[in-house]
Design a protein around this ligand. Structure first.
Ligand code: GLU
Length: 391
């Protein structure tokens, strides 16, 4: 059959995280017993006050188009969120609301990356960053990090990768899939480098900001170094913080020209994010945030349980992630048994009833990512299955 795929589309594959999750769902629908630890999605119920706001919006007939880049009420609430939770003073006029953080990142890259532009991404990275860069015609420049270095990088290692074609540096802390948290001193060094290279834009994906387990406060580049704020796009959302993945609400703030460009693209691609979801997000940002400390504590104890179980297993190891809800498991001793292909390892684990995502999908070395955003009993069962599968 003749297909008509564009060169841009041919440069990308389907998202490995969502592909594995869809596969796990399909197997479950066939009656297979599969524990899905493949997607980063809190298992907690969405807070009741958020659901009440969604119901109220439906009852009020709030079912029409909204302004493309978000309602005035939500932009106000987002400005409050950035200022209160990230220490980033924000003008609501410089806010865009998108269908998930994913869409904000995609729009920013699509609006700014030209054929041959380079985008520096610390690796291991979230699966969709490189795909989005390639779709836009850009070249991915990996900034390799390792477990031994806590998945952090030296500013000097960043600087040698910067060329006149560098368009963006992508930062994600706490990071997916590593859980690495960039300390303030590291951001200070990065800021020094950036000051020497004024043509480089920075994307700071702060979606996991509320989930740091060390007691440290979250630090974001544009807040700590306001002189750089005019070239930083800071991305956040409610998916992880308020267990609202299905609502699809992401938010971003950055320079006015970039927010305008993203909005221009959004107005032609999809229009406004769902009106009901926006009403729910207003309640999420404006409402109580105190439940988060309980969630954080639960995630922390799940993390400890999964880390201990992984490290007890010969052939598997993982550092302790400081944030987010992922463990990046190194399975190097199993490399030869699976022909060096960790996708085969992931499929083997799926055969044993656990869905995870191969580390290679994240630009990581042989292994897999576990999402520990699942309840303790399921996690314990999953770890038993993983142990049985690798023995
Ligand atoms: N960001 C989450 C993950 O990595 C959600 C799925 C996705 O969009 O990749 O699992």
């Amino acid at each position: 059959m003749t297909t008509h795929l564009s060169p841009a589309l041919q440069r990308i594959a389907a998202s490995p995280t969502t592909a594995m999750t869809d596969r796990a769902s399909a197997l479950r629908a066939e009656g297979r017993d599969i524990i899905s630890l493949s997607v980063g999605e809190p298992d907690f119920a969405t807070p009741p006050h958020v659901l009440a706001a969604a119901h109220a919006a439906l009852d009020a007939g709030d079912t029409r188009y909204t302004p493309v880049t978000g309602t005035a009420a939500l932009k106000q609430a987002v400005a409050l969120h950035f200022a209160r939770d990230l220490g980033l003073p924000t003008d609501p006029a410089q806010v865009i609301v998108t269908a998930g953080g994913k869409q904000a990142i995609f729009e920013a890259l699509a609006a700014t990356v030209s054929e041959g532009d380079e985008v520096i991404i610390p690796a291991p990275w979230w699966v969709s960053y490189p795909q989005m860069v390639r779709f836009a015609g850009g070249t991915v420049v990996p900034l390799q990090t390792s477990a031994a270095d806590g998945f952090r990088f030296e500013a000097a290692a960043l600087e040698v990768l910067i060329t006149p074609r560098t368009r963006w540096l992508l930062l994600n802390s706490p990071g997916n899939p590593t859980g690495a948290v960039f300390p303030p001193a590291m951001l200070d060094d990065v800021a020094e480098v950036l000051r020497r290279h004024p043509h480089v834009l920075v994307m700071s994906d702060d979606i996991y900001a509320p989930l740091i387990y060390t007691g440290q406060a979250h630090v974001t580049l544009a807040a700590r170094h306001p002189d750089l704020a005019e070239r930083v796009l800071t991305v956040s959302g409610v998916s992880k913080s308020h267990a609202m993945t299905g609502f699809r609400i992401g938010v971003a703030t950055g320079p006015a020209w970039l927010i305008e460009a993203m909005g221009r693209l959004q107005s032609n691609a999809c229009g406004n994010p769902a009106s009901i979801s926006q009403a729910a997000a207003v309640a999420a940002f404006n409402g109580p945030q105190d439940f988060l400390s309980g969630w954080r504590e639960t995630f922390r104890s799940r993390r400890d349980m999964v880390v201990a179980a992984v490290n007890a297993e010969p052939g598997l190891s993982t550092p302790v992630p400081d944030g987010a809800f992922y463990c990046l498991v190194d399975a190097a001793p199993l490399h030869d048994r699976f022909g060096g292909d960790d996708t085969k390892l992931a499929l083997h684990l799926l055969e044993h009833g656990v869905a995870v995502v191969a580390a290679s999908a994240f630009g990581g070395s042989f292994g897999f990512r576990i999402s520990f955003a699942a309840d303790e009993a399921l996690l314990a069962d999953a770890m038993r299955r993983i142990a049985a599968a690798v023995q």
